[in-house]
Design a protein around this ligand. Structure first.
Ligand code: SAH
Ligand code: SF4
Length: 346
């Protein structure tokens, strides 16, 4: 099978074009077609016909092959399952809002962190995605949205995988997605969600890429977080919070803290009080996410009434708090679940 055009570094693509006697600006033309949603080379009308044939002989336009889709019409949400080179599969979710279109993107096949409530964390770790495989998720989403008179405006790294465990590829995908010649999506509209790999987080603060940081907190005391987010045993809250707040100060971006609400586990008044004591209210925003049930886990979602109560307790500590819209977490539910269902033996 031909390699994906997106997998070629810009310099290699220029060299490929030069070998065929093409001017350097063809590279930009090609990228601009990808950004405008071209699915194949035959659509790239301002390229010479002979070049389009040569391109089609040598490359695929995308590294991703869609193998399943799940529409949640009332929610305006679409989940895609893609096959990657080598046969692994990953999910991406497009969420449509009145004034924005957000893509939940995957950075790894599976996840090495293994949080016990997470569908992705239950399976075996597969591999890191290459930068171009991350970028192709964004290009594919944008292509579909353009067909609906929309365009991709926001990206959250909340699909499969721990983005900071695949640091280089994630950072270079963010740079590519932000490139005005490609999608031109500002890093401020890109959220990197992490379980808290402190050294990588410190490095990210120095990249000059002001992405929004979301820390998956889920517990405000070490013993509980050790269980819910096992990387806490290596990078405990006592070090994570100062590192996250330093990121906020360094980039001027307020940090988000994610809190998946698990009934009877982390939804009590005590948890809310501890959360209030842990975070600096000036620099933090708390997102509550009602748990989306995952088979073979001991966890349950709290009743809506308890979600509201917990949000009030958190707000009473002075923290800024919202209950996250669970778009895309209904139907095939949380990240990794479309894949889990499709890969299950019948
Ligand atoms: N690995 C990264 C990013 C992917 S997970 C991280 O953990 O931050 C994105 C978010 O979805 C995380 O906050 C994660 O805790 C949450 N999540 C995972 N499984 C969930 C579930 N079943 N219900 C609700 N949220 C879930
Ligand atoms: Fe990995 Fe995030 Fe799932 Fe934890 S919640 S297993 S870090 S994807």
């Amino acid at each position: 099978m031909p390699i994906a055009l997106s997998s070629l570094a810009a310099a290699d693509l220029r060299a490929w074009l030069a070998e065929r006697g093409q001017p350097a600006y063809r590279e930009r033309q090609l990228r601009s077609w990808l950004a405008r949603g071209a699915a194949g080379f035959e659509e790239m009308r301002d390229l010479p016909g002979s070049l389009r044939v040569q391109l089609a002989d040598s490359f695929r336009a995308s590294s991703l092959e869609e193998i399943a889709r799940s529409e949640i019409a009332a929610d305006q949400t679409t989940k895609y399952l893609y096959r990657l080179d080598g046969g692994y599969t990953v999910e991406a979710v497009v969420m449509r809002y009145p004034r924005r279109s957000t893509l939940c993107i995957s950075s790894q096949v599976g996840c090495p962190i293994g949080c016990p409530f997470c569908a992705t964390g239950q399976g075996a770790f597969g591999r890191n995605l290459a930068a171009h495989e991350i970028v192709d998720q964004a290009l594919d989403a944008n292509r579909r949205l353009l067909g609906e008179g929309r365009r991709l405006s926001h990206i959250v790294f909340m699909g499969m995988g721990e983005p900071l465990a695949n640091y280089e590829a994630v950072v270079s995908s963010v740079r590519a997605i932000a490139d005005p010649d490609l999608l031109g999506i500002s890093p401020r509209r890109i959220t990197v969600s992490t379980s808290g790999l402190i050294p990588r987080l410190e490095r990210l603060a120095e990249e000059g890429l002001p992405v929004t940081l979301a820390i998956s907190l889920h517990a405000a005391r070490e013993e509980l977080r050790d269980v819910l987010v096992p990387i806490n045993r290596k990078y405990p809250l006592a070090q994570l919070i100062p590192a996250a707040q330093a990121y906020g100060v360094r980039t001027g971006r307020r940090v988000s803290y994610e809190w998946v609400l698990l009934a009877g586990v982390n939804d009590t008044e005590r948890d809310a009080r501890e959360l209030g004591e842990l975070l600096d209210r000036r620099l933090a925003h708390v997102n509550l996410i009602p748990f989306n049930p995952v088979a073979d886990t001991p966890y349950r979602a709290p009743e809506p009434r308890q979600v509201r109560r917990f949000a009030e307790w958190v707000a009473a500590t002075g923290l800024n708090v919202t209950v996250r819209d669970t778009k895309g977490r209904s139907g095939d539910a949380a990240c990794g679940q479309l894949r889990a269902r499709l890969l299950q033996p019948a």
